[in-house]
Design a protein around this ligand. Structure first.
Ligand code: KIV
Ligand code: ZN
Length: 502
């Protein structure tokens, strides 16, 4: 068994410092619960002395979450530490994260102090905090630009004072991976009591090196990584949780493991992006929209022959249903054939060539070719369109009680209305839709997730339907749970060939 690598998530502290990302207590609890389900070991919930709201959030998260250690940040100031300890009163296991700037810049130009006085403050802060909580972690702010002998001295002193974790932040994202790794190694080799503490990495992404630096730190002996979901954080962000966790999973030569439930990565990423109003760049590693999308003909052909030709991660491992083969003007016949197959139109040889020629003409004028465009391409040959669209839905009754629903669907050039009873409006609506479609489908998996709480709830519905032994997935998010369910069902239906009954 490899050694455990502790995952310390600071999405709700360093991540939440980003302008426009602020969450209220209720939203922070949703994020904290998602991070707990993801399996983080330590959850940095806030900086309690900074505002009454932050204090309350740390306190409420301490009550709402039980598995991870709850951590509160403080400066090396007694008042901060007292407030942090107070906010952690309800935590099953609480940790104070206290520290001070240790680089020449910080000592001279921020603290306007001396190395000796800073060391004394660091030791005093750890000694004071140790009596108030289960664990104390010390951060040596701007360690990446500090004098390494001085850094070793201060780390030795705070461990002696009781720090169980020593955090070596590259606060300004300045280090190169080889330098950051060497710094961790230096501390391992030159701090006499280092075996009494865990070394933590805490990297910022100003040069786009946060993940590389973190991994270099781990390879050189760090056993805690401080990360945020989607890499959000000050300026260019912090090390991204998903990148480090998946790099470690992919590379067995790094002799550590994490307890992250990787299948929950995608879902957690989306919850946080949505609540924090922080869109994810499409090419973001692991969680970007394009992370498992293939658009060039050569890659598409390769992936369709053998997924691992162009993918090092199975998308299912991070909770993404499947890789996507995006149809663009760069796509080849293999991709087109694949999509036509998925629509239930297996085409080969000359016929495929013919459709492909017209596909290329269309793709040159459109960015993406979706199902609608494909159907119209085939329509020229097959003379019908199969897209299902909801025109109208009405229902009466509450969940758990008998309900009636009426649904009008547009399918190609037909408009059809179906109605049904059900044990609740969702059931009645789904039954009404089923009446209007020809093929037999079984609703196999139905997941509703509340994205926010309150009168403006948004719920996300994920559905899996089975048709002729094959699964098809549908998604929708709406404020109305019945409408979201109907849309998710129709989204799944639109991925299989459907014909109207009359
Ligand atoms: O980047 C940093 O140095 C920090 C510390 C407060 C841990 O976020
Ligand atoms: Zn930071």
């Amino acid at each position: 068994m490899t050694e455990k690598l502790w995952v310390f998530d600071t999405t709700l502290r360093d991540g939440e410092q980003v302008p426009g990302c602020q969450l209220d207590t209720r939203e922070k609890i949703i994020v904290a619960q998602a991070l707990e389900a993801l399996g983080v070991d330590v959850l940095e919930a806030g900086f309690p002395v900074s505002s009454p709201g932050d204090f309350k959030s740390v306190q409420e998260i301490s009550k709402a979450v039980s598995n991870p250690t709850i951590c509160a940040l403080s400066r090396a100031v007694e008042k901060d530490i007292e407030v942090a300890a107070d906010s952690l009163r309800f935590a099953k296991k609480g940790r104070i994260h206290t520290g001070i700037g240790v680089s020449g810049y910080h000592i001279q130009h921020k603290l306007r102090s001396t190395p000796e006085a800073v060391l004394e403050r660091a030791v005093k802060a750890v000694t004071f905090a140790k009596n108030l909580v289960d664990e104390v972690e010390f951060y040596a702010e701007d360690a990446g630009r500090a004098d390494k002998d001085y850094l070793a001295k201060i780390i030795e002193a705070v461990i002696k004072a009781g720090a169980k974790v020593v955090n070596i932040p590259d606060t300004t994202g300045y280090c190169l991976p080889v330098q950051y790794g060497a710094l961790i190694r230096f501390l391992k080799e030159n701090v006499s009591n280092i075996d009494q503490a865990i070394i933590a990495t805490h990297c910022h992404n100003d040069l786009g090196l946060a993940t590389a630096n973190t991994l270099s730190g781990v390879e050189n002996g760090a056993r805690q990584v401080e990360v945020t979901m989607n890499g959000i954080g000050e300026r260019a962000g912090n090390t991204s949780l998903e990148e480090v966790v998946m790099a470690i999973k992919c590379h067995s030569e790094i002799p550590v493991h994490t307890d992250i439930v990787t299948k929950k990565i995608y879902e957690t990423s989306r919850i946080i992006s949505k609540l924090m109003n922080m869109p994810i760049q499409p090419n973001k590693a692991i969680v970007g929209k394009n992370a498992f999308a293939h658009s060039s003909g050569i890659h598409q052909d390769g992936v369709l022959k053998f997924r691992e030709n162009y993918e090092i991660i199975d998308p299912k491992d991070v909770g993404v249903e499947e890789s996507s083969i995006v149809l663009t003007a760069r796509s080849g016949r293999a991709a087109l054939k694949h999509h036509l197959n998925l629509l239930g139109f297996p085409v080969e040889g000359e016929k495929l060539n013919e459709i492909y020629e017209r596909f290329l003409e269309l793709a040159d004028t459109k960015r993406d070719i979706g199902r609608k465009e494909l159907l119209s391409l085939i329509g020229e040959q097959m003379d019908h369109s199969l897209l299902v669209e909801i025109q109208d839905i009405s229902y009466q009754g509450a969940e758990g009680k008998e309900a009636n629903a009426e649904v009008t669907l547009e399918m190609g050039d037909k408009v059809l209305t179906g109605s049904s009873k059900g044990n609740g409006p969702v059931d009645a609506v789904i039954k009404s839709i089923k009446q209007l479609i020809e093929h037999k489908v079984i609703l196999d998996e139905f997941l509703i997730q509340a994205m926010t709480k309150g009168s403006d709830d948004v719920c996300k519905v994920h559905m899996r339907i089975m048709h002729e032994g094959k699964p098809y997935y549908g998604f929708a998010s709406e404020t109305d749970i019945v409408l979201a369910s109907a849309r998710a069902f129709v989204d799944a239906l639109n991925k299989l060939p459907i014909k109207a009954t009359n």
